[in-house]
Design a protein around this ligand. Sequence first.
Ligand SMILES: [Zn+2]
Length: 265
Amino acid sequence: MILGLLLFFIHDVSANPWSVVRNPSRGTSTPIGFYSHGCLAGGIKAPLQGKGFQLMRTSRGRFYGHPDLIQFIKSFGEALHEKKLVVLVGDLGQPRGGPMPSGHKSHQVGLDVDLWFWHHRHPNRLLSNSDREKLSAPSMLDSKKRVIPARFTSEQITKLKISAANPRVERIFINGHIKQYLCSSLPGSDLAWLHKLRPWNGHEEHFHVRLKCPTDAAKCEPQEPVPDGDGCEEAKAWKEFTAPEGKPVPPPEDCEKVLKESIAV
Ligand SMILES: [Zn+2]
């Protein structure tokens, strides 16, 4: 049994060295490569809580990001705090970014973060450490994939709207059914802000905010821009899809240096 576990562990380590490194590399914070095949040099640790926000699943240690991302979380939390709201924050990235052993394809360059739709409604009460590990985010959809209006309320819309208004935000992934719901339930005069909201699979209990490459990050590969407009026509035709399997694209060569750098602790 113990030997089995040990072998599994060794196998796991060789499969993904990025998830084993416990501290960020030194130097200026720089995203390298693309959101789904890259890494982060000089990662910064997000505070585990602050005004209007609290990180979840902190035992996983996926709370590193570029300073732009940390700043985004803080200012988003402050904006929510003024409205007596809170956001529960899911994964950012690993200390040096790179692929994670489970859960995400992206979140590799320190510019992606998952934010829960649901929160505990007590802006001044922190969740206990055990709640942070154990609570799971409820879906905004019922079993027939319809938005549950009692759950997906003006609060959730406010959160999306505040995020989308932030000029650093490049796009936001939400479930396609939620995008369709927003397109059909908001007044026509209030659709323009939906532009950055990209209909995707999953993302029914959280939304995923992706920031633009920082202007001084020459090795950060930007994504094709989001098409013009509110995206509601496109959303009408959206259906859940099966992501092509394909081999993961290895991080760029510069990332090898980031990974290998050792730090005396
Ligand atoms: Zn995500």
